[in-house]
Design a protein around this ligand. Structure first.
Ligand code: SF4
Ligand code: FES
Length: 252
């Protein structure tokens, strides 16, 4: 059956840098294949802008496979768009209707300043990881998979927490700009495993302190982060992080 391309109106946030004011600019785009991805649609728009000697739109991306967490776009009022459990790069244009208007914005949060257009600086996440998202004990060579017995339930929960790709959608979705879902996933993936217990106290206290200093807000349990997380990280990780933090404070 013959497929017809989509004709869309894109309202895209353009901003030269963090010091200048930004605004939405309207771009009509025609004949977009329903089979192409959202980022491929933006690629096509950029090719058209370059052909007209206009500045292309800056947006972040890398793997385009839902792995790296770079494609930080907020569209139609939701981080990573209309679908649930997927990143922007995994969203296909068949999810949109012909004639639709799509509003595309960068992540908006004090801790993620805009670099240009749709690109924001998420190095605050790197700083949180540098504060404790690692193990510094020498673990030697790769051990046999079954050398350390780990409860199946804990192994599964640690694996689920480790699925966090550090995209920042949880922060963008939160009215407080809180990074609790991200930090708690990183704390949990270690706290649940014997290898991570060695430095558990220092890790949680250092990561939470760094998170607070970097300007992220506080959690007020709205669950917006959980609803928008493309990797479906659960807020039960936040409860675990809070318990770990309390334990660490009491044992000082
Ligand atoms: S918790 Fe989810 S939304 Fe937040 S950074 Fe990780 S993957 Fe992205
Ligand atoms: S570009 Fe890597 S997750 Fe989207």
């Amino acid at each position: 059956m013959e497929k017809h391309g989509l004709n869309l109106t894109l309202k895209i946030w353009r901003q030269e840098n963090a010091k200048t004011k930004g605004a939405f600019v309207t771009y009509p785009i025609q004949n977009i294949s329903p089979d192409c991805s959202f980022l491929e649609m933006l690629d096509q728009l950029n090719e058209q802008l370059v052909d007209k000697i206009e500045k292309p739109i800056c947006f972040d991306h890398d793997c385009r496979e839902g792995i790296c967490g770079m494609c930080s776009l907020y569209f139609n009022g939701r981080p990573h768009g209309n679908d649930t459990g997927i990143t922007t790069c995994q969203l296909h244009m068949r999810r949109f209707k012909d004639g639709e208007t799509i509003w595309i914005e960068p992540w908006r949060s004090k801790a993620f300043p805009i670099i240009k257009d749709l690109v924001v600086d998420r190095s605050a996440f790197d700083k949180v990881i540098q504060a404790g998202g690692y193990t510094s004990v020498n673990t030697g060579g790769a051990p046999d998979g079954n050398a350390i017995p780990i409860k199946k339930e804990n192994a599964d929960l640690a694996m689920d927490a480790a699925a966090c790709i550090g995209c920042g959608a949880c922060v963008a979705a939160c009215k407080n700009g809180a990074a609790m879902l991200f930090v708690s996933a990183k704390v949990s993936q270690f706290a649940l495993l014997p290898q991570g217990r060695v430095e558990a106290k220092e890790r949680v206290s250092n990561m939470v302190r760094e998170m607070d200093q970097l300007g992220f807000g506080n959690c007020t349990n709205t669950k917006a982060c959980e609803a928008e997380c493309p990797k479906e990280i659960r807020i039960s990780n936040i409860a675990r992080m809070n318990r770990e933090y309390l334990l660490s404070a009491l044992q000082k």
